[in-house]
Each structure stands twice: as C-alpha cells, then as structure tokens.
Design a protein around this ligand. Structure first.
Ligand SMILES: Cc1ncc(COP(=O)(O)O)c(C=O)c1O
Length: 375
C-alpha cells in the first residue's frame, strides 16, 4: 500500500525538525544544549518524555489534517459516525461489528469492566505488577483484589494465576503485553486459560501494546469474544497511532456483555477523534514506520543494558524495564537534571526502572547520560 507520504512528511512538526535535526543524524545529539523538546531546548522543566509510553512521532499527519478539518463540525453531536470506525476495526480484526465499541481511550472500558467486576462482588485476580486502572473501579465498587506475583523471570505465570482463582473469583485481568513489565503470554496457553476460566469468571485482556509485538508466539484473543460473553478485549489508539490525548480506544466483547458495559459509559466519543482514527487505522505504512523506529530505539537501550551488565526484560512494547541496582526514584531524579524524564517506581520492584522509547537520537542521548551518571 502506498500513501504518498514521505518519511520527511512524517517528521514535519515533530521535535526532530523543529530542533533542526535531520532524520538519522542521531550521533550529533550528544550535548544537552543540542537537544530539543517541542521546539524548545530541553531542561528539567522541559524534559524529553521517556515516561508515559507515548508515540514520539505523534499523530499521523494525514490523520492530523482530518482531525483539524473535523473540528468545523465539532459543535454538533454525532451519534452515528462511530459505526464507520467500529466497522473498520471489525474488518481488520475479522470479528462481527456488533462485537466492537469505540470509546474515549481504553481507560473508559477499563473503568467500565472494573465497575462490572466490582458490582458482581467476589475476587478480582490479576498479576503483580500490572496496569492499575481496572483495579481502581473494581475495588471502589467492592471487589476483593488478589495480586499474583510475576514469576522469577518476570513473566505472568498462568499456573500461578490458576492457583489464585477460587469459586469467589468473578474477574481476571491480564495485560498482554504486560505493563510495566513488557513481557508477553504464549498464545496457545493463553487461549486455553481464557476458555477454561471464562466458564466461571470474566476474563479481561488488555492489549494496549498489541501492535508492537513481533513474536510468533503471541496472538490477540479477539477471536474468542464472539462465542464467549465472559471474554473482553481492550485496545487503544494511544500508542502506535499517537492518540494519547485525542482519546480513542476499543472494547471487543459479545453483544450481551456490551450491553452490561454500556451502563458505565458516557457513550459519547469526539467526532474529530473518530474521523482521525479512521484515517490513521487505514494508513498501515505510517504504523509500520512507528513500529520500525521503536525497535531501533529498543536496540540502542538494550546495548547499554548489556554494556553495563543490567538485567532487563525483552520488550514487546514501546518501553523497557530494567534493574538499575539502586532506587528507581534516585535514578529518575538524577536523569531529570539532564532533561530526561523516565517512568516512576513500581511496586514490588523498587530498583527497576521503566523507560519509554523515544526517537533514536533521543535514546542515544539517554544512554550517554545514563552511562555518565550511573555507569
Ligand atoms: C496497559 C495499558 N492499558 C491501557 C492504557 C490506557 O490507554 P488509553 O490511553 O487508551 O486510555 C495504558 C496506557 O498507558 C496502558 O499501558
């Protein structure tokens, strides 16, 4: 497929162009004074963000144009345009369109699924550590939270999860790939787990980082929702599509489950956001560009971990997780002095740091400063 967009077009408006840096000239970005963020020199108050697993290239420029034009109609409610987007996603995923709903980011569905789980009472079983949003609404509405520690290799152990599931379990949450640990669960064992556990509890699989995975042992579980009202899949446009603050996310679920989730949703999604998402999801070339650059960025930081002998988890996402051998907040605060903002500390691993990928020259900068400060 060809879109007529060049790599240079993709960079227009990004920090690389605003900072006068040409694509691929990573090596020149060595000093803090040369580094730019949002067109301004970086500093403690204007750091490069290696913190929220965002897309450093931003929104697809074609989608951006569509979003801006769509604002001319944004004073009007639009209750039907979502169907065009859900139809497109259903085609891409090869599932019925009545099994797809769009919302304001996947958080909307995480909150709704958590609420559904909470009002059912009983236990919510989930790995530890993992993404927290679903837990918050579930526990606020009465669920008892059971956290299952990850295995020694930092992966999610399905057998350990099984052992924690009892007759009181009403919901199981799995983030695949996980966050803050960027590991994946093998597809055949996950499918068996979903089919078995969904007989008695709702299984929610959060696939926020799905598009980044390049491993044959991984698969979405989207195909299971059509025949299983107890299986719910979540996706987001916040990552590869760069829609973190545009707000588009999806739930894949059986129509009966959709009805139950609807109670906890506003049901209104921004028209410009939907129009932009339609363009972005159709443009696979831009998505491939973002994913290729992500793997380039990962290689740069892996090289440093290996040089420094740091333990890390192979990433299937746009972030890495590594043992810094010292308090994660100490590392975060020190790097911030050089205009580098990495992730916060996550229980139960106080010495592990999460670093989101940025552009390759920004990753080179991070590794140079990290080695200087902690090497
Ligand atoms: C695992 C996971 N799920 C969901 C989300 C939230 O995504 P959204 O922006 O679609 O609400 C994130 C955001 O970082 C995430 O890491």
């Amino acid at each position: 497929m060809t879109t007529g967009i060049t790599r240079r077009d993709w960079l227009v408006g990004t920090t690389a162009v605003a900072g006068g840096m040409v694509f691929g000239s990573a090596a020149s970005a060595q000093d803090m004074s040369e580094m730019m963020n949002m067109g301004e020199p970086i500093s403690k108050d204007n750091p490069i963000r290696y913190t929220n697993n965002e897309n450093p290239y931003g929104i697809n420029p074609k989608a951006m144009d569509v979003i801006i034009k769509a604002y001319k109609r944004a004073h009007l409610y639009n209750f039907t345009i979502g169907r065009e987007l859900t139809g497109l996603i259903a085609d891409i995923e090869n599932i019925p369109s009545e099994c797809v709903a769009v919302g304001a980011g996947s958080s909307e569905f995480l909150v709704a699924a958590g609420a559904l789980c909470g009002i059912s009472g009983g236990d919510l079983v989930l790995p530890h550590p993992t993404y927290a949003t679903l837990t918050r609404s579930a526990s606020a509405l009465g669920a008892n939270i059971i956290r299952v520690p990850v295995e020694d290799d930092m992966s999610i152990g399905l057998d350990s999860m099984r052992k924690a599931i009892t007759s009181d379990t009403t919901c199981v949450y799995l983030c695949n790939p996980n966050n803050p640990i960027p590991s994946i669960i093998e597809k055949t064992s996950l499918e068996e787990f979903c089919l078995e556990v969904s007989k008695k509890a709702m299984v929610v699989i959060d696939e926020a980082y799905y598009e980044y995975v390049r491993d044959d042992s991984y698969s979405t579980m989207a195909h299971l929702v059509k025949d299983n009202p107890n299986i719910v899949i979540l996706r987001t446009a916040s990552k590869v599509h760069g829609f973190a603050n545009v707000r588009i996310g999806f739930v894949f679920a059986h129509p009966d489950t959709m009805e139950k989730l609807r109670i906890f949703r506003s049901g209104t999604t921004s028209y410009p956001a939907i129009m932009g998402a339609i363009t972005s999801y159709k443009d696979t070339e831009y998505q491939k560009f973002v994913i290729d650059k992500n793997y380039e960025a990962l290689d740069i930081v892996y090289k440093m971990f290996e040089e420094l002998g740091m333990r890390y988890v192979k990433s299937h996402t746009n972030f890495v997780y590594a043992n810094a051998g010292r308090d994660a907040m100490e590392v975060r605060n020190k790097l911030l002095e050089s205009g580098i903002l990495i992730g916060r500390k996550y229980d139960p691993f106080p010495n592990w740091i999460r670093i989101s990928t940025a552009k390759p020259h920004e990753m080179e900068y991070l590794t140079r400063i990290y080695k200087r400060d902690f090497g």
